[in-house]
Ligand binder design. Structure first.
Ligand code: FE2
Ligand code: FE2
Length: 261
């Protein structure tokens, strides 16, 4: 397959987050129209990237600093989700066009989520770059992924873990009076259910077309992803069911959860 790793006007090289949001519609159109698979993606950041273990302790959510930190961490996750979506579109031009169009919509949603987090952060008197960030979601994927790998890793495993984390965030925000963080987290969480459902549908469709045993395939893939990106949160069963996880799949996931689900 021909490969083009030096597209002009590379959206990935934009490090200013607001500028990246503004440039996203054009990047999505360009990615949707791409006919050559691209590999060799590099992230640009205008803030320092550190391993998650080097981020400072999170202040409590009763403080504005703690709320701002939560939105900053969430913004960093949404930014990576946005970049992962554009990357998949550029890397898999041969994917079914219905999949690509749906993915472009999901990815536009990530750009909106990023904007919501930045707005909330600023409303609290903070701004992007106040803390360092990690890129550990981005680091789980590789140019060697197949389309099925990518769908499972990003839209079922990482975004699925986001449903679990979002539910625990909402529980911790319950008593918080400040109007900013809660509706943002709630809106994002509601929309993420659709993103994960998109991953569940396409995983099932493509794996079925490939005549894979869904249960064996799911378990093998989860085992290998969990070895590099351990699952940390209690499973949000209801949200995950609404996002297309079967009871069989939830039983398998629970084996890789520190809480046993
Ligand atoms: Fe998102
Ligand atoms: Fe998402």
């Amino acid at each position: 397959m021909p490969v083009n790793s030096s597209l002009p006007h590379d959206w990935f090289s934009i490090s200013d987050v607001r500028e990246k949001i503004r440039a996203t519609p054009e990047a999505l159109t360009r990615a949707l129209n791409a006919t050559q698979a691209r590999v060799g993606f590099e992230l640009a950041r205008d803030v320092r990237v550190v391993p998650p273990s080097e981020l400072p302790r999170k202040p409590g959510l009763s403080t504005e600093e703690g709320q701002a930190r939560l939105l900053h961490d969430l913004a960093s996750i949404e930014l990576q989700a946005l970049e992962l979506g554009v990357r998949t579109l550029e890397q898999f031009p041969e994917a079914p066009s219905a999949f690509r169009e749906e993915l472009a919509e999901v990815t536009a949603g990530e750009s909106r989520h990023l904007g919501l987090c930045l707005d909330g952060l600023e409303a609290l008197g903070y701004s992007w770059g106040h803390w360092n960030v990690h890129t550990s979601l981005w680091n789980v994927v590789s140019d060697r992924d197949s389309l099925l790998d990518r769908i499972l890793i990003v839209h079922r495993y990482l975004e699925g873990s986001g449903l679990d984390a979002g539910e625990s965030m909402l529980a911790r925000l319950k008593g918080v009076r400040n109007p900013h963080p809660k509706p943002i987290v709630q809106t994002i969480l509601n929309e993420e259910v659709d993103h994960v459902a998109f991953g569940s549908r396409w995983y099932k469709q493509i794996a079925t077309e490939m005549k894979l045993d869904l249960s064996l395939d799911f378990e093998a893939r989860i085992r290998s992803i969990a070895s590099v990106a351990p699952h940390r949160e209690r499973l949000a069963y209801d949200r995950r069911r609404a996002a297309g996880f079967t009871d069989d799949e939830l039983t398998i996931l629970a084996r890789f959860s520190p809480h046993g689900g």
